[in-house]
Design a protein around this ligand. Structure first.
Ligand SMILES: Cc1cc2nc3c(=O)[nH]c(=O)nc-3n(C[C@H](O)[C@H](O)[C@H](O)COP(=O)(O)O)c2cc1C
Length: 334
């Protein structure tokens, strides 16, 4: 049997199709259609789901791990955390209560088990407007315009971070943004110097995962794999950071898989809320992919002993990036 193809049709979910009268098992399978719309590093979609009665085990798929860009698996766990967050937002919308139990991920691929109950308590739920944002969210790669995020929006973004051990840092001071933009430039140069990094990036571009047409994906793969575009990338990405109203960093008290999964959940919650406010979001991971630059970023974010897990810029643009494709849910069900 041939491998299923990437498709954008997965974004067209009719919430009226939710099987309200069916078994919990069937309900969970419907909810997982929202989980797979989550963002992931290089759109690698590195998740696997095993549904058993009223619970689902969620695992990382190491065959989709970006071992050149992400040797410590930080982005692998963050990506799976994003999928868990979509699952929880969708469950609360359909009034089934999700309870997440984290596993430490060190001797098992399974990072969490989510159990669902019918007796839902809306008073504990995330903002209900996050649900519609799941099918609207996308990553922007555009220069942002001069509009700034006002303090009310910034406060609302900070308000959805309810985890004790994950913190959101919003940076708008020009000098700090400038220093982060310089780090970004260094990271791009170092990474693009590495043929393994370029080959891996080229592989995902070539699959069409980053949204290019068949022809552009092939051309993109050849260019990235064989040319060192470090200087060009550095100049482009530094400008992207400078154009942003805010640069946001997520830090955690511990540097372990569960903290990274939780950071992924927080990132996706913030990205969904930003979507409801027409704020564009763009993760920029390169600085975190080099340990020495990650430490410097920690100083710039002034996070004390807390370690940076994810970096993204936020701002406004009228350009709609459209959706990147996904593999169908069936491919990720054990
Ligand atoms: C952990 C993580 C790291 C990411 N790093 C980057 C990045 O460095 N540069 C970038 O352009 N996008 C980055 N992204 C965004 C992904 O490329 C994007 O989510 C994926 O292509 C799917 O597209 P979508 O978010 O529009 O659905 C990252 C996403 C995640 C979850």
């Amino acid at each position: 049997m041939s491998e299923p193809e990437l498709t954008r049709s997965v974004w067209e979910i009719d919430s009226n199709d939710y099987p309200a009268g069916a078994s919990m098992d069937e309900k969970i399978r419907f909810l997982l259609r929202y989980a797979i719309l989550a963002p992931s590093s290089h759109n690698s979609q590195p998740w696997r789901f095993r549904v058993l009665g009223n619970e689902v085990d969620i695992a990382v798929d190491e065959s989709r791990w970006l071992d050149a860009a992400d040797p410590t698996k930080r982005e692998l766990y963050i990506s799976v955390g994003c999928a868990i967050e979509n699952l929880c937002v969708a469950a609360e919308h359909f009034e089934v209560e999700p309870r997440v139990e984290y596993h430490d991920g060190t001797d098992t691929d399974t990072v969490a088990t989510v159990t669902f109950r019918d007796d839902s308590d809306p008073s504990t739920h995330r903002p209900s407007k996050l649900f519609d944002a799941i099918t609207e969210r996308s990553t922007s790669h555009e220069l942002f315009d001069e509009r700034r995020l006002d303090t009310a929006v910034q406060d609302e973004l900070g308000g959805v971070v309810t985890e004790d051990d994950v913190s959101l840092h919003l940076v708008d001071e020009p000098a700090v943004k400038q220093s982060i933009s310089e780090l970004q430039g260094k990271a791009d140069q170092l990474l693009m110097d590495d043929p393994e990094y370029r080959k891996e990036l080229g592989h995902w571009i070539g699959l069409g995962a980053l949204g290019s047409s068949w022809l552009m994906a092939r051309i993109g793969q050849a260019v990235v794999t064989h040319l060192d575009l470090g200087e060009r990338e550095a100049a482009k990405n530094s400008k992207l950071i400078e154009s942003a109203s805010l640069v946001a960093g997520l830090t955690t008290a511990s540097d372990d898989p569960t903290s990274q999964v939780k950071a992924g959940q927080v990132f996706e919650r913030v990205a969904l809320l930003a979507t409801t406010a027409d704020v564009a979001v763009h993760p920029m991971s390169q600085t975190l992919e080099r340990p020495e630059l990650r430490t410097r970023l920690q100083e710039l974010l002034d996070s004390g002993a807390d370690v940076p897990q994810h970096l993204f810029r936020m701002g406004y643009t009228d350009e709609d990036p459209g959706h990147t494709p996904r593999w169908p849910l069936e491919m990720f069900l054990a």
